[in-house]
Design a protein around this ligand. Sequence first.
Ligand code: FAD
Length: 408
Amino acid sequence: MPQLYDFVIIGNSAAGLQALRTLRRHERRKTIAIIDREDCPAYSRVLTPYYVGGHIERDGLDIVDQTFYQQLGVTTVFGQTVASINPEGHFLELADGEKVGFDKLLIATGAEARTLSVSSERTTVLRHAADAIKIRELLSGAKAVTAIGAGLVSLPLLSHAADVMEKHLVVGSNRIFSRVVDAEASAILEESLQAKGLKLFKRNDVENIAEGERLTLSLKSGDKLQSDLLIVGKGVQPNTQLASAAGLQVNDGVLIDQFCCSSHPDIYAAGDAAEGADFIDGEATIQGNWMTAVEQGEHAALNMLGFSAAYEGSLKNNITEIFGIDVAAVGYCSDDAPETVCNYSADTGRFRKVFLDEQQRVIGATMIGETNDSGLYYQLVRTRSLFPGKQLLAGTANYAQTQLRLAS
Ligand SMILES: Cc1cc2nc3c(=O)[nH]c(=O)nc-3n(C[C@H](O)[C@H](O)[C@H](O)COP(=O)(O)OP(=O)(O)OC[C@H]3O[C@@H](n4cnc5c(N)ncnc54)[C@H](O)[C@@H]3O)c2cc1C
């Protein structure tokens, strides 16, 4: 007979950890097990570029320590991979053959970084702490570093590498951060980053890697780059294999309803592995950010406990710092929004663009130069608020405060 738990969580990161906290906040007596193939307490992937750049040490990544799980009275099964799930039998099987029974299960298995078709010993992705440790070793003594893909992995990572290094960025599209900010914000960032020494190769790809004392990278454009390492930041692939093999409905991610429940009533999913409704347009999407993972983990746990907690939908919410410049994007930030309101000062580098729907409600915002007000925009989007600037036209109050934030 397998060991039976009331709740089992696969994945000890943003989604799994929040689910764990929520389950225990409401229920002290029921049994919980959390399983992860990484053999360590939960840590922040978001901070790994800071570790790579030597700004923090490995323990600076930790969110909790081992005593956290003991204090919650939770069984940890770390360093073990879940090999399969049997939904009808209500048990899962670990890679070593051990079976673990569950009443309710949460799949919070996240995602893996996509790799290139060409590779070398000095080519690496950044997803796990082990990757970060490898990159930090490769960077020590390096004179040049190249990253491919201009998103939330490559840009923070290049920006935290030592300034004495030559830094190259190879991008498939015609602009950087294209999945994060609008085109105007991309253009402002490109100019600033190039002024800080970043060498940009747009509409490009790495087609061949020749090993030698240094790597010689052959680009699609015909350019050749000498580099000591290549970092691949070409997006992620959700870990859905367990769910697919168990017969759950899977598209790009494990499909979940508004209660974060999969197509099986006792199996929930959350975070980068889960595909659920977007807050703005209701389309099934994988947001791929820490806050969505936390929010979905929380809602999944509440519903596993028997509450009826509908999740209103996920939102883009990225706040980062690249090459010393604060950047944030909240909600819907594409230029095809019905209306945008923009304020930019080339002198201070401060940029604000607010995206509005047909009813003049705030659906998103991009910010450069200062991101303190990203929480305000997040709330405006979440509460489907009218843009305060428009309210001024109608004679209401909030405008001055927001306009000050926009324009100061
Ligand atoms: C370098 C980097 C920078 C980032 N920057 C930002 C940022 O600035 N802002 C932001 O919002 N987000 C950022 N993200 C994204 C953010 O980290 C993710 O959205 C978040 O980690 C998702 O959490 P999760 O719990 O869904 O999954 P994950 O964090 O991917 O964790 C999933 C866990 O499941 C485990 N697992 C998977 N399969 C199995 C199995 N079969 N058996 C056992 N265990 C398994 C894995 O080992 C892993 O620990 C960044 C990510 C990276 C890598």
